[in-house]
Design a protein around this ligand. Structure first.
Ligand code: NAD
Length: 338
């Protein structure tokens, strides 16, 4: 069985691609490689890599593909605001393009990497039937993509949207702009965990290998269980308030709990129900934030993760790429020779 992973060289995609290989699937990665090929360098001889863009790749890429896992995106809120029209082009229109082409080409299943951010911030515990309240361009693009790809579902084309919680844990494309990973980085660099005021806000979390497992479970599930369905990806017990979570991170690393506040009080809080994925897909996480924090700390200590690599803060890296693009255009226009 041949699986196309768009964004397969990214934080989640590079782990998911490895897990697919471990289970014996053929893997094709389609990625613009904004973060380079380093995250997948050790599996390059086992996958087919296509360096291209979801907005304009040649549809023949989908020939012979059985399943598409669509992860390519500008992957967080601040990045999504750098150029909102590009975010819409990639995260909304790009995914709708991938899904439509996949259906036309006879691909059997399509899984969309969506996000719990579509709920915005609301009181209570939110499930897949709760009203959505997307507050950012990133969240709006996710919701629009869901709304256009889910109706493509029919008996020959199984479509599922996975609304992932905030992910944590080590990946070869490291992201320190995610809450738990960022806490570990602060601890590593300054001996203090940065905590966004006032620490009482709730957020749902999931480990990067667990969310990857959810993609695989979705692909392997009976089609009547997943077709046209939305699943929140995470687990009820991994809804955390930020301050206790920071304490847990310190404990897991085995250092005294030192912290520093930053930002304005964040009153945006939300909790998510993961009953549906537990019941329907028998999904249970294998990892907790304690293990995730420890493995990220170990990766920093043994040099697998670079604490000063600009690429690990997604918005900073995309800003840098945009700056370089503008600079190079100016060089071209003015005929400046470097
Ligand atoms: N990490 C999280 O906490 C989280 C939570 C919820 C949802 N998600 C979603 O999961 C998916 C993967 O997230 P991630 O954390 O791995 O992000 P990431 O930024 O590490 O990976 C995204 C990958 O997509 C590629 N890409 C970007 N634009 C592209 C384009 N136009 N064409 C082809 N490739 C392109 C990038 O090069 C990158 O390798 C995204 O859709 C993201 O929105 C992530």
């Amino acid at each position: 069985m041949r699986v196309l992973v768009t964004g397969g060289a990214g934080y989640i995609g590079s782990i998911l691609s490895r897990m697919l290989l471990e289970r014996g699937y053929d893997v094709v990665i389609l990625d613009r490689l904004f973060f380079g090929t380093d995250p997948i360098k050790d599996i390059l001889d086992q996958v087919k890599l296509i360096k291209d863009d979801v907005r304009w790749f040649d549809p023949s890429v989908l020939d012979g593909i059985d399943v598409v896992m669509d992860l390519a995106a500008l992957s967080n809120d601040p990045t999504g605001e750098l150029d909102p029209s590009k975010t819409m082009e990639i995260n909304y229109k790009g995914r709708v393009r991938v899904a439509n082409l996949a259906k036309k080409k006879g691909v059997k299943r399509y899984i969309l990497a969506s996000s719990c951010s579509v709920y915005g911030f609301q009181e209570g515990v939110l499930d897949e039937n709760s009203k959505t309240n997307p507050l950012t361009t990133y969240a709006k693009a996710n919701l629009l993509a869901e709304q256009e790809v889910l109706p493509l579902a029919d008996k020959n084309f199984v479509v599922t949207a996975l609304r992932q919680a905030t992910v944590y844990g080590y990946s070869p494309r490291m992201r320190f702009d995610l809450a738990i990973n960022g806490m570990v980085l602060g601890f590593y660099k300054k001996g203090k965990i940065p905590i966004l005021r006032d620490g009482t806000q709730w957020r749902p979390f999931v480990h990067v290998r667990d969310t990857s497992k959810a993609f695989i479970l979705t692909m392997e599930a009976d089609e009547e269980v997943v077709n046209g369905q939305i699943f929140n990806v995470g687990s009820n017990e991994q809804n955390y308030q930020i301050f206790p979570l920071a304490k847990l991170v310190a404990e897991s690393i085995g250092l005294p709990f030192e912290y520093e506040w930053y930002g304005f009080p964040d009153h945006r809080s939300y909790r998510v129900s993961f009953d549906k994925i537990a019941k329907e897909l028998k999904f249970k996480p294998d990892y907790t934030p304690k293990e995730g924090a420890r493995e990220v700390y170990e990766a920093l200590k043994d040099g697998r993760a670079d604490p000063d690599d600009l690429r690990t803060i997604t918005v900073k890296w995309y800003k840098h790429l945009l700056y370089m693009q503008k600079f190079l255009r100016e060089v071209e226009v003015n005929g400046v020779i470097l």
